[in-house]
Design a protein around this ligand. Structure first.
Ligand code: SF4
Length: 441
């Protein structure tokens, strides 16, 4: 049994999406109440948690490699506990113990509330129940940032895109009550947070005391919060009301992540995405007409089963036609248990790789050109801290979610501090970021 009077240390390794990053914050929130503090060094930990992602094969392989390494740590420190959480835990269940005998417990994304009992061995070593009721209750969250916070507004997904494992691992859609979300955001504002990002697999289908545009309207009134973002939006559920909310509400930022996945309507049908390319681009045009200067980013899958060279060329054409501000593109990787894994027409790796390279090359040119076109413009940024690669710089983001690096400002002044909202002139547009210099407001 763990002694809660003694301070314990936890190391959480998070794989995959922002949803998982926020789930890790919840795990830390639960464990902090049990006297745990966190570390970045697994060797110092009493408890190691792998918060896993199975959305892509690569993330899954990385997890198993990291898990294998902990075997040696556990040999040196047998009292150390090792846990597997997240989507792989949900999907694999008991099999994890067979694959790695040294794992102590396993829990799914809907069972974070059971972590307290799992660490104290008050419950069996596996918790992967699909418990919708409990999953919407509010868990304590340990956030580290102080400026931007993630706020879950809904869990699960009803869409069953043919390549995706999420509806099987995170269950059906459940929305948090509007009042709970409002209270959480108001509390964040009170302790100084400036920016919130509302999280859900498909925020557009949020449905509780109000719908998603209604929720945005409510949150736009929270004093102290300066920016509101949200991910992810399903194109089929992007309504005119939501576009109007983005246009009218001052705190809702001019950025949307709208996964297109393919420029071929035939492939979109096989993906079970619920829209055609023509419908997708019409929504993009409506967004650009109503929200001037909006940046639009997207996800693309290269080499879906059955994708012909013509389908691939339609995706390339779509990229050139739409000119996204940025994309996340991946090779298709079959996820066991999904419809796409069982489809005919899987492509060989070399073709998927070639198509992915071509997609990235085309988009890199577009992103660089778009970033360069911002040179000389004035943008508002919120300073998030030191630059990631250059500590002599500060980094911030525009309302359109572009990273801007600027020279360090005297930290004694209010504008040189994390959380400061300042205006910058963009001096250089790079492929993945911008450079700027502070200017008077
Ligand atoms: S919308 Fe599709 S891709 Fe997104 S989580 Fe749901 S099933 Fe997966």
């Amino acid at each position: 049994m763990l002694n809660f009077n003694m301070s314990k240390i936890v190391y959480i390794h998070t794989f995959g999406c922002q949803m998982n990053v926020h789930d890790s914050e919840k795990m830390l929130g639960v464990l902090q109440k049990e006297g745990y503090s966190s570390t970045d060094d697994p060797c110092k930990a009493d408890l190691i948690i792998f918060n896993t992602c199975s959305i892509r094969q690569k993330a899954e392989q990385k997890f198993y490699t990291q898990l294998g390494r902990t075997k040696f740590l556990k040999k040196k420190k047998p009292e150390m506990k090792i846990a597997v959480a997240g989507c792989i835990a949900q999907h694999e269940g008991e099999n994890i113990f067979k694959k790695a005998l040294y794992v102590d417990f396993v829990f799914g994304p809907q069972n974070i509330h059971m972590l307290r009992d799992l660490v104290s061995e008050r419950t069996a070593s596996i918790a992967i129940e699909d418990n919708h009721e409990i999953a919407v209750t509010d868990l304590p969250v340990k956030r580290g940032d102080g400026v931007k916070a993630w706020v879950t507004i809904m869990y699960g997904c009803n869409n069953f895109c043919s390549y995706c494992i999420v509806p099987y691992t995170r269950g059906r859609e459940r929305s948090r009550p509007t009042e709970n979300i409002y209270s959480e955001v108001a509390e964040l504002a009170e302790v100084g947070y400036k920016e919130i990002t509302l999280l859900g697999q498909n925020v557009n289908s949020y449905s509780s005391d109000t719908d998603f545009p209604g929720l945005l309207k409510k949150l736009d009134r929270v004093g102290g919060i300066e920016r509101i973002r949200f991910v992810t939006s399903h194109p089929k559920d992007l309504s005119d009301e939501l576009i109007a909310a983005m246009s009218d509400l001052p705190k809702v930022c001019e950025h949307i992540h709208l996964p297109m996945q393919s420029g071929s309507s035939n492939i979109l049908r096989l993906m079970n995405r619920g829209y055609t390319y023509e419908e997708y681009i019409r929504k993009v045009m409506r967004l650009r007409a109503k929200v001037p200067g909006i940046s639009i980013t997207s996800d693309i899958i290269a080499g879906f089963p059955g994708e012909t060279e013509d389908d691939h060329l339609l995706t390339i054409k779509a990229l050139k036609e739409i000119e996204f501000d940025g994309i996340f593109a991946f090779k298709f990787s079959p996820r066991p248990g999904t419809m796409a894994a069982a489809m005919v027409g899987h492509l060989i790796e070399v073709i998927k790789s070639e198509r992915l390279s071509e997609i990235l090359k085309v988009q890199d040119g577009i992103t660089t050109r778009k970033n360069r076109s911002l040179e000389g413009t004035i943008q508002e940024i919120i300073i998030e801290g030191d630059g990631e690669t250059d500590k002599e710089k500060l980094t911030g983001r525009t309302r359109t979610n572009k990273i801007v690096n600027i020279p360090k400002i005297n930290p004694e002044t209010s504008s040189g501090q994390k959380g400061a909202i300042i205006n910058v002139e963009i001096t250089k547009g790079r492929p993945h970021s911008l450079e700027g210099r502070p200017v008077e407001k």
